[in-house]
Design a protein around this ligand. Sequence first.
Ligand code: ATP
Length: 236
Amino acid sequence: MSAPLLSLRGLSKSYGRIQANRAIDLDVAPRSIHAVLGENGAGKSTLMKLISGVEQPDAGMMAWKGEALALASPAEARRRGIAMVFQHFSLFETLTVVENLRLVMPGGRRELAERLIRLGREFGLEVDPFVHVHALSVGERQRVEILRCLMTDPELLILDEPTSVLPPQLVVALFETLRRLRDKGVSILFISHKLEEIRAICDRATILRDGAVTGTLEPRHHDAQALARLMIGREM
Ligand code: ATP
């Protein structure tokens, strides 16, 4: 593998007596789609919170392009080039798309709308910047969330269970967007528990069970049952 964009070594996090992440090792290559796979409670969200600066680890280290990385906040993660699309969207319903963007980034209405349209065309995320969020479908809202991240020019985009809100035809479109992003040099961390999706889209997968890594592999070279054994300790 080429020198990793992001490396985690021995990353651990507990909430009281619950050890949500146990000594996690993980390397994300540049220009790759890397899955973090695990069933409910395996520790995926906790790990993403550590990588996106929402929470801080109790032990272990992170490195970004070979240098030690300590993230005090999500804003700091964004400044370093790490952006996260959360499973539950955080857009203001009564504002337009571009007004939502103006809440979190500098720039005039017209300038932001133009960037949004350009990025939308480039990555298959077309959305009208002047429409109110309450009029958008779930798929369009997700596009806005992804675009909002892309406007910070990330090198790593984290998506938390992005297909859970989408009908099947939009999953195909999302995957096309992710491939385009990878081809333009953005790495993706793709959190999921859906084995077939991971086999379809991801270059590598790290599997978590009870907060610990049970394996890292190239999912397209393994069948779903092999992934299930690592994820839940048996076949499905
Ligand atoms: P899901 O898909 O259900 O979100 P997950 O794989 O993302 O699951 P986490 O949300 O990271 O798993 O949770 C890992 C463990 O840590 C679980 O036992 C969970 O109950 C616990 N946990 C997570 N966040 C907290 C918290 N803020 N306080 C206490 N326990 C927590």
